[in-house]
Structure formats: structure tokens, C-alpha cells
Ligand binder design. Structure first.
Ligand code: HEM
Ligand SMILES: *[C@@H]1O[C@H](CO)[C@@H](O)[C@H](O)[C@H]1NC(C)=O
Ligand SMILES: *[C@@H]1O[C@H](CO)[C@@H](O)[C@H](O)[C@H]1NC(C)=O
Length: 322
């Protein structure tokens, strides 16, 4: 029995190595340096223009990358449109009527293909770089984006329903969701700091402002109730900023949490147990937050990429190549 067990473990290891060999080429920040030097500047230009027109777009592009990476890896699967014969991720519960920025991704892809005189930059890489450039455009830390992702030829609405954490989750489910993606509780706290940017719709925090008032600052509760009627379906899409400065990447998110002003149930949950100390740490150390956020973004951006000859470079980010 024991030797069978060993053989079994050895076989698993060989399979794991084979899987890595066929699909685990390392990504590289210089991946496009030779094949298309103007690629990254072309992406940055479109992002900067879009964020200048509407600062929230920077937040939306960052979230797009998160929702891409948490569903079968950072493979551009979220960009595929539904068709009568294909159901993708756009209308999954966490994304429907919520994730935005697809038009900007199309504009970037067109600009990059023009700059490169051909289709050499994957949509998944476009999303990863656009997220970084959005963070920088709104005052956040810069970092080198690892590149060389390829685009999926499939998408999964079921996986999108099941793999992206919900704002109703308690801390233990948030931690285990991040764990299922190979990310730590520290990554959870640091990456939740992305909520220093952008907005939420009432439907995602109505419970908190009407039913969790014991842990919510009274003046913020009153303000949010003014914006979000109690009845389900009434003003569901009205917006509230996730921190006081939704167009500035700053420490406002953690100070909000520490003053019981976290907007989402999941935000407030970061104070509910083992992660409490990290929230206090990042609340007091903005430099550490910026540094660790950049590191965690690279980790999130490295979730199960398709590399080498897996997948494809999509010509149109909304549909697979023929
Ligand atoms: C920890 C678990 C997380 C939960 C439960 C969560 C949940 C949410 C929800 C419910 C919204 C509002 C969406 C809407 O109402 O349409 C939101 C917005 C946002 N989330 Fe998260 N999120 C989480 C983690 C993250 C991470 C890891 C990032 C990026 C690294 C991120 C970036 C954003 C951004 C930037 C927005 C604002 C988007 C906009 O204004 O368009 N979130 N999140
Ligand atoms: C995903 O969730 C949505 C909304 O709850 C539901 O309509 C859809 O059927 C789900 N899709 C799958 C494949 O489970
Ligand atoms: C508040 O909680 C009650 C009881 O659990 C529930 O019936 C009600 O729908 C909740 N209200 C809101 C606005 O979520």
C-alpha cells in the first residue's frame, strides 16, 4: 500500500510538471519589447484619455482585471460577448449590469493593433496593463506588469458565478475564496484596498445600511439611506462611492473601515477577526499599502495564465478567432 501511495504521488508530480511545461512559460515584463515597442505606450495613452474623461473608468478597468483573473485565470475570458450559441461571463451574477470598460478595451485593442501593425498583443495582457495604467492615472503605485498571457477560447458563466467573491460574504468565506485562488489573507486585505477607487450600486449594500447599522457610522448610514430607498428594486443602480475619494488612490479606504464607514458588508468584515491587525497596519502605513498593493497586483495578475502555444491572440477581444 505504502509503495503504491508513493507511486501515486510520483505520478501526480509528473503530471503537474507536464502541465507546467505545456502551459507555464514564465511571463516577462519585456515580452513585447522586441515584437512591438509601441504597444505599452499605446495602451497607456488610451487609458489616460478615458480616465481624464471619466475618472471612474480607471476603477472599472481595475475591477475588470480582477474579475477576469478570478475566473479560470487572467485569460481575457470576461471579454467574450454572449451569442445565441455561446454564454460567456458578462451576464454572470457578479458582472451583469456592473462590470464596465469593455468599450475602452476595444479602443485600446484597436490602438495597439495599429501601433503594432498587426495582432500581437493579447486581450488578457491589454486588460492587465490597462489596470496598472488606471491605478497610476488615479495616483496609485506603479509596477512592472508581467506579460505574455494568451486569450482563452472559452468562458464559463458558472465559474464566474462561483469564483468571484460576493459582498455578502463573511470573513471566513472571503479568506477561503482568496485561498482557492492561491492568494493569502494578506492579499485579501491589500487587494480590497482597491476599493479606495470607484463606486457600488445600492443593491450591493442595501442590507448593510438598513440591517447592519450597529456596525455602521450613523451619519454615513443616513447619507446612504438617502441615496438608496429600502425596497428591493427601488434605486438598485444608484451609486455611492466606496470611500470618500473615489477618484484618488489613497489611504481613505482603510481609514473608512476603521471609522465604521466601510460601505460593503465584505469591507467591514475585514475587521471581524484575524485580518483586523492588517487593516490597522495599512490604515497607519500608506507607504506599506502602496508597496504591498503593487506586489499583490502582480500576484493576482499571474493567476493561471495561458502561455506558450495555449489559447490564442484574439483579433477582436469580444469573440474567439475562427
Ligand atoms: C474581497 C472581495 C471583494 C468583493 C466582495 C468585492 C465586491 C465589490 C462590489 C459589490 C462592488 C460594486 C459593484 C457594483 O455595485 O456594480 C465592487 C466595486 C469595485 N471593486 Fe471590488 N470586491 C472585492 C475585491 C476587489 C478586488 C480584489 C479589486 C481589485 C484589485 C476590486 C476592485 C473594485 C473596484 C475598483 C470597484 C469599483 C468599480 C467601479 O466603480 O466601476 N474589488 N467590488
Ligand atoms: C449564474 O447566475 C445567474 C444569476 O443568478 C443565473 O441566472 C445563471 O443561470 C447562473 N449561470 C449558471 C451557468 O449557473
Ligand atoms: C433586513 O433583514 C430582514 C430580516 O432578515 C429582511 O427581511 C429584510 O429584507 C432586510 N432588509 C433589507 C433592506 O435588506
Amino acid at each position: 500500500m505504502a509503495s503504491h501511495g508513493c507511486l501515486f504521488v510520483a505520478m501526480i508530480m509528473v503530471f503537474a510538471m507536464l502541465a507546467t511545461a505545456s502551459n507555464g512559460q514564465l511571463m516577462d515584463p519585456h515580452f513585447y519589447d522586441k515584437v512591438c515597442p509601441p504597444a505599452l505606450p499605446a495602451i497607456r495613452k488610451v487609458v489616460e484619455e478615458a480616465v481624464a474623461v471619466e475618472p471612474r473608468m480607471g476603477a472599472s478597468l481595475l475591477r475588470l482585471h480582477f474579475h477576469d483573473c478570478f475566473v479560470n485565470g487572467c485569460d481575457g475570458s470576461i471579454l467574450l460577448d454572449d451569442t445565441p450559441f455561446f454564454t460567456g461571463e458578462k451576464n454572470a451574477a457578479p458582472n451583469a449590469n456592473s462590470v464596465r470598460g469593455f468599450d475602452v478595451i476595444d479602443r485600446i485593442k484597436d490602438a495597439v493593433n495599429a501601433a503594432c501593425k498587426g495582432n500581437v498583443v493579447s486581450c488578457a495582457d491589454v486588460v492587465a496593463v490597462a489596470a496598472r495604467d488606471s491605478i497610476v492615472a488615479l495616483g496609485g503605485p506603479s509596477y512592472d506588469v508581467q506579460l505574455g498571457r494568451r486569450d482563452a477560447r472559452a468562458a464559463s458563466q458558472a465559474a464566474a458565478n462561483n469564483s468571484i467573491p460576493a459582498p455578502t460574504f463573511d470573513l471566513d468565506r472571503l479568506v477561503s475564496n482568496f485561498g482557492s485562488h492561491g492568494l493569502t489573507p494578506q492579499d485579501l486585505v491589500v487587494l480590497s484596498g482597491a476599493h479606495t477607487l470607484g463606486f457600488s450600486r445600492c443593491t450591493n449594500f442595501r442590507d448593510r445600511i438598513y440591517n447592519e447599522t450597529a456596525t455602521l457610522d450613523a451619519s454615513l448610514a443616513a447619507q446612504l439611506r438617502g441615496r438608496c430607498p429600502r425596497a428591493d428594486g427601488d434605486g438598485d443602480d444608484n451609486l455611492a462611492p466606496l470611500d470618500p475619494t473615489p477618484a484618488r488612490f489613497d489611504g481613505g479606504y482603510y481609514s473608512s473601515l476603521l471609522h465604521s464607514r466601510g460601505v460593503l458588508h465584505s469591507d467591514h468584515q475585514l475587521l471581524a477577526g484575524s485580518t483586523d491587525g492588517l487593516v490597522r497596519f495599512y490604515g497607519a502605513n500608506n507607504k506599506a499599502f502602496r508597496r504591498d498593493f503593487a506586489v499583490a497586483m502582480v500576484r493576482m495578475g499571474s493567476l493561471s495564465p495561458l502561455t506558450g502555444s495555449s489559447g490564442e491572440i484574439r483579433a477582436n477581444c469580444r469573440k474567439v478567432n475562427y
